[in-house]
Design a protein around this ligand. Structure first.
Ligand code: PEP
Ligand code: MG
Length: 879
């Protein structure tokens, strides 16, 4: 069987995205749905792969297939590709299986040459149209195929417009365009030392090769890296007969979304331009009209679009982003795809589609990316600060959020500033794919041109980045590096603030506030809780953190780091005395001071959490974090401890550790000084008893021992603290339930987890330390080289961000298996940073863990990730 590399639009369907690219598959699907799609064919992604295998050339077999499909196209359209009178013209567009807006390249009007442009002019009796099409073709071909900078062409148009005193491209007449074409060809000759190619077949082959080759241009590679897109064959090439939106005032081109991508509202949302072609709307060259205006200008077309939008959304079961062209009053569709949207609208749309019975609850949940939840938690400007702020202009509210930063005019300067930790706003006339790296690193984006579907708007929304687009009230001079507004001028490095929700631009930096979450969000979170099987707790050390965690839906506290409670100003001195004292009596004195403070802390936290589980970890400080450093601090401490300066310094030197992370911390401290653990446990239990007595709150404390590596450590410390608990019960004449568990964070503990499980009521993985000790990467020092590991593909992800499944994950798995061999329903959680990371949560779900615990702000993200993991791995059995 001969290999097939080319598919006509009526051969494919939407399921063939991997083969035809998403654009090609959707064009085929719309053709199947009998929608008005100009005929065409698709060169598959496999052909792109083979193109690179063939050393970037078009092999014989592909040539033949292209020929055959061109003939078919000629038959369908009744035009001839190389005809000089009424030529068949083509659009050439790339399209991989993942949509990569703006990353790959497009050529329109291919097939035109010096002769056929005359033919086209005669056949349509429209010279302006013919030469406008030709000049566009030369410009796009030169850009995409020959990489001649666009500005060379744009400056010519600008000059002609200036001479003729006109503002818009569409007001150029046939003669103007003829002279522009002549100049364009001269540029082409200057730049390439060749005449502009006149043979349509040669044009086509060069264009196909350029689109294939663009798969590996640095912008495309960067985009794929940024979105973690790998393992794709390449891009498909869509070759389609042209329809023309630039034929006059009854023609036009536009983009519509089936819903508002900013809010999710169920209404047609989009823009169009009359007498324009292809990229004009998205490129932001002219500011387009709102789609509702089409209802006045061409009501029939407007209703046709509305009807099609409804059908496409129903068919694809998702919000669609549709490109269309109107040629002489006839509508054509050029593309449909799932529309990019803000986090807010993603939730609104998913919830709405489920309520409309279009998708299931599970499908709705799978539609939302955990990162989008993160976007929802974005801050806004403080209401009071905003009243006092000076607004200087208003543009389009292209992507919500609030951003303040220093003005930068190029992606490079944004990147430079980013390296120095300086926050920036990327300010551009309009953005293009070359700006992506700067857009990623800027706080926000401001453009003077372009509408809601311009490159800046679409890309920023996808990134969840604040963007104000089409802000024509400011004049941006990129070369001069100035932004002129009504009352003044700003320069590179000056501060501005953008409100992406209102489109307003302000002077200076403005204070921000935490966001609030709406009703739809709460509804979605309820669904999440119905579906997820793993609990989500929070790591919280204060009543405020605990409140925040509860607000975000935490089901308990998985980790209180008690050493964080000791950092408070008025306690440090007692803590230092506790550590530095050389006698048990002195230590007891310091501990007595700390006891009521600790007890009150726990009491407050129990109060917030009610009967939800609260896990309190006994002291785990690397000692150096508590040592006094400043001379006057040491002097002061010596005074309170009645020690001479020398004596205290001597004690500090004695306790100095070369490697505190592997030093006298965690349970090791309790083994040397059991009275510290006893004090903490007394505080935990007394506070819990008082909660029960005073508030009828049935608190069952979970006491957690850190840094266990051998069960004997646990046995020792358990005996100490249980003895203390007994004393508390006797003194208070009351007993309550409690649990004593352990962290599993030392590799040896994972290997001996069965023995430890005999003694523990629960395990909680400290994956931070487990990663540190498993890899031998210092948590404090590895930041400086892990990025090199990632750049050199030695590591795919930072192991402190996402659990290393192959190595550290296997230690976790082993400990789970060993623990559950002893106690089949053993409660096992995770409280390292990985507890808030979606990819790690999926892994923990597969291992059948009971809960994850993460910082309060990551709780909503973790909940969604947990629900998605439960949908993917419902059995949650240990694999
Ligand atoms: C851990 O090691 O993962 C952990 C939660 O403890 P800490 O980060 O406090 O060392
Ligand atoms: Mg730890």
């Amino acid at each position: 069987m001969t290999e097939k590399y080319v598919y006509s639009f009526n051969e494919g369907n939407k399921e063939l995205k991997d083969l035809l690219g998403s654009k090609g598959a959707n064009l085929a699907e719309m053709t199947k749905m009998l929608l008005p799609v100009p005929p065409g064919f698709t060169l598959t992604t496999e052909s792109c792969k083979r193109f690179f295998y063939e050393k970037q050339s078009i092999w014989n077999g592909l040539d033949k297939e292209i020929d055959a499909h061109l003939k078919q196209l000629e038959q369908l359209t009744g035009k001839k590709f190389s005809d000089m009178e009424n030529p068949l013209l083509l659009s050439i567009r790339s399209g991989a299986s993942h949509s990569m807006p703006g990353m790959m390249d497009t050529i329109l009007n291919l097939g035109l040459n010096d002769q056929s442009v005359v033919g086209l002019s005669n056949a349509t009796s429209n010279e302006r149209f013919a030469y406008d099409s030709y000049r566009r073709f030369i410009q796009m071909f030169s850009d995409v195929v020959m990489e001649i900078p666009k500005v060379r062409f744009e400056s010519i148009i600008e000059k002609v417009k200036k001479i003729k005193e006109i503002e818009l491209d569409k007001d150029l007449d046939g003669d103007d365009l003829k002279s522009i074409v002549k100049k364009y060809k001269e540029i082409y000759l200057q730049e390439t030392k060749n005449e502009f190619p006149q043979d349509p077949m040669e044009q086509l082959r060069l264009a196909i090769k350029a689109v294939f080759a663009s798969w590996n241009n640095p912008r495309a590679i960067f985009y794929r890296e940024m979105h973690n897109i790998s393992k794709l064959n390449g891009t498909a090439v869509n070759i389609q007969s042209m329809v023309f939106g630039n034929k006059g005032e009854s023609s036009g081109t536009g983009v519509v979304f089936t819903r508002d991508p900013g809010t999710g509202d169920k209404k047609l949302f989009g823009e169009f331009l009359l007498n324009a072609q292809g990229e004009d709307v998205v490129a932001g060259i002219r500011t387009p009209n709102d789609i509702v205006e089409l209802n006045i200008l061409m009501p029939e077309i407007y209703h046709q679009i509305k009807e099609i939008a409804r059908n496409l959304e129903k068919h694809y079961k998702d919000m669609q982003d549709i490109e269309f062209t109107i040629e002489d009053g006839t509508l054509f569709l050029l593309q449909t795809r799932n529309g990019k949207r803000t986090a807010h609208s993603a939730i609104a749309i998913a919830v709405d589609l489920h309520k409309d019975g279009v998708i299931t609850k599970e499908e709705a949940l799978m539609r939302i990316k955990p990162q989008q939840i993160e976007q929802l938690l974005h801050s806004n400007f403080d209401e009071n600060a905003i009243i006092k702020a000076t607004s200087i202009a208003k543009g389009l509210a292209a992507s919500p959020g609030a951003a303040s930063g220093r003005i930068c005019f190029t992606a490079e300067s944004v990147e430079e500033a980013y390296k120095k930790g300086i926050k920036t706003i990327l300010v551009r006339q309009e953005t293009s794919p070359e700006d992506i790296s700067g857009m990623v690193k800027a706080e926000g984006i401001l453009t003077a041109r372009g509408g809601m579907t311009s490159h800046a708007a679409v890309v920023a929304r996808g990134m969840g980045k604040c963007c104000v687009a089409g802000c024509s009230q400011v004049k941006i001079h990129e070369e001069e590096k100035t932004v002129k507004y009504k009352d003044g001028v700003l320069h590179e490095g000056d501060f501005i603030s953008l409100d992406g929700t209102t489109g307003i631009v302000y002077l200076d930096e403005i204070e921000k506030t935490k966001p609030t979450l709406g009703e739809t969000f709460r509804e979605l979170m309820d669904w999440i809780d119905e579906i997820k099987t793993i609990s989500v707790r929070a790591n919280a050390d204060t009543p405020e953190d605990a409140k925040q965690a509860l607000e975000f839906g935490a089901e308990g506290i998985g980790l209180i780091r008690t050493e964080h409670m000791f950092f408070k100003e008025n306690r440090v001195s007692s803590v230092r005395r506790m550590i530095l004292s050389s006698t048990a009596e002195e230590r007891a004195k310091a501990l007595n001071e700390l006891l009521p403070m600790q007890k009150n802390d726990f009491y407050q936290i129990y109060d917030v959490m009610g009967e939800l589980p609260v896990t309190i970890r006994l002291l785990d400080p690397p000692l150096h974090e508590f040592m006094p450093v400043k001379e006057e601090e040491i002097r002061e401490l010596a005074k309170t401890m009645s020690l001479s300066l020398e004596e205290l310094n001597g004690r500090i030197t004695e306790l100095h550790e070369v490697n505190p992370m592997l030093g006298h911390r965690g349970v090791r401290l309790g083994i040397t000084y059991p009275e510290i653990s006893r004090m903490q446990v007394r505080a935990i239990m007394e506070a819990a008893i008082e909660q029960q007595v005073n508030k009828n709150n049935e608190v069952e404390p979970e006491i957690m021992i850190p840094l266990i590596s051998d069960v004997k450590e646990l046995i020792y410390i358990k005996a100490e603290i249980e003895d203390e608990i007994k004393k508390v019960f006797t003194e208070k004449r009351k007993t309550i339930s409690y649990h004593i568990g352990t962290m599993i964070e030392v590799p040896r503990a994972t290997l001996t987890a069965d023995k430890i499980a005999e003694e523990a009521d629960f395990f909680s993985f400290g994956t931070n330390d487990l990663t540190q000790m498993g890899f031998g990467f210092s948590r404090d020092d590895s930041g400086s080289f892990i990025s090199d590991y990632m750049e050199k593909n030695i590591l795919e992800q930072g192991p402190f961000d996402t659990i290393d499944q192959e190595g550290i994950g296997q230690l976790v798995k082993l400990a789970v298996e060993k623990g559950r061999q002893i106690k089949p329903n053993f409660k096992i959680g995770v409280c390292g940073e990985h507890g808030g990371d979606p990819a790690s949560i999926e892994f923990f779900q597969k291992l059948g863990l009971t809960y994850v615990s993460c910082s309060p702000f990551r709780v909503p993200i973790a909940r969604l990730a947990a629900a998605q993991a439960a949908i993917r791995y419902p059995s949650s059995k240990i694999k």
